[in-house]
Write a protein that binds this ligand. Structure first.
Ligand code: SF4
Length: 76
């Protein structure tokens, strides 16, 4: 799955939301989160992000952002 990381905070350009084929972005007040069990790992959103905030979860070795995306996308 892909995850949204800290560069997204207060950014919210939402270019990524528009390209996601399965609509798995969830929007909070100042952050976007990807719901891990809905993401199909297509990678389309990653280059769309103007601040480079979206990464594959393999680049989140301690799982901090992965956990946060999962938790927030459940809440929103
Ligand atoms: Fe959506 Fe694909 Fe990005 Fe997952 S990798 S959030 S399915 S655009």
């Amino acid at each position: 799955t892909y995850v949204v990381t800290d560069a997204c905070i207060l950014c919210k350009y939402t270019d990524c939301v528009e390209v996601c084929p399965v609509d798995c972005f969830y929007e909070g007040e100042n952050f976007l989160a990807i719901k891990p069990d809905e993401c199909i790992d297509c990678g389309v959103c990653e280059p769309e992000c103007p601040v480079d905030a979206i990464k594959p979860d393999t680049e989140d070795p301690d799982g901090k952002w992965t956990e946060l995306n999962a938790r927030l996308s459940e809440m929103w």
